[in-house]
Design a protein around this ligand. Structure first.
Ligand code: 5GP
Ligand code: MG
Length: 180
């Protein structure tokens, strides 16, 4: 592991190691295993691109029968009054009556998740919960309960383990933070 790396115009240093991430993923998987033991075939709904590595590691630790699906949140320019609205794309198959666990890389202001939960609820699922690897509690402005958050961090910008800086850095197995 290199302590300092260069991605495009920025330098980043190691903040969280792969081993620490693995322990946090294990803890959250155990919580989910307890909570969903009696639910019929929940669906893990990964939000692309950032969640691919987290979902892949999380699901190997899940002990109940499950389905896996992925969606993308596509931004389109709304009018000045509506701002930047995000819609779910790739939701195929019915989620009606199903237990949904949204799997996200990071929840920052919570705007993306608020839109996602709102749109999913229109399809009448049995339940919707959010499972995020990283959570920025000081930045969060949403009202939805973030039931599963593996690690809480400050407002710093991080990359690695699925998270990108201008599309690069997603393949790093440790988490890096931008240096000044
Ligand atoms: P929110 O809607 O919660 O403000 O933003 C969530 C999205 O912003 C995440 O899914 C991610 O794409 C991006 N994001 C927020 N904080 C970070 C960060 O520290 N690093 C990276 N790479 N992306 C972030
Ligand atoms: Mg994301």
């Amino acid at each position: 592991m290199k302590d300092i790396i260069q991605l495009k115009d920025r330098r980043f240093k190691v903040m969280i190691t792969a081993e620490e991430i693995d322990r946090a993923v294990q803890t959250v998987a155990e919580q989910i295993n307890r909570d969903y033991a009696d639910c019929e075939t929940p669906i893990f709904l990964g939000v692309l691109n950032g969640s691919f590595m987290f979902l892949s590691d999380l699901i190997k630790k899940i002990e109940f029968e499950n389905e896996i699906s992925f969606v993308k949140l596509a931004s389109y320019e709304g009018t000045a009054s509506t701002g930047n609205v995000k819609n779910i794309i790739g939701l195929n198959g019915s989620v009606e009556g199903r237990h949904i666990i949204i799997v996200e890389d990071i929840v920052d202001t919570g705007k993306s998740m608020a839109h996602m939960v709102e749109e999913l609820k229109e399809h009448n699922p049995a339940s919707v919960e959010i499972c995020t690897l990283f959570f920025k509690p000081n930045s969060y402005q949403g009202s939805a309960n973030i039931k599963y958050h593996a690690m809480d961090i400050g407002n710093e910008f991080i990359v690695g383990y699925g998270l990108d800086y201008d599309q690069v850095g997603r393949s790093l197995k440790d988490i890096y933070v931008v240096t000044e």
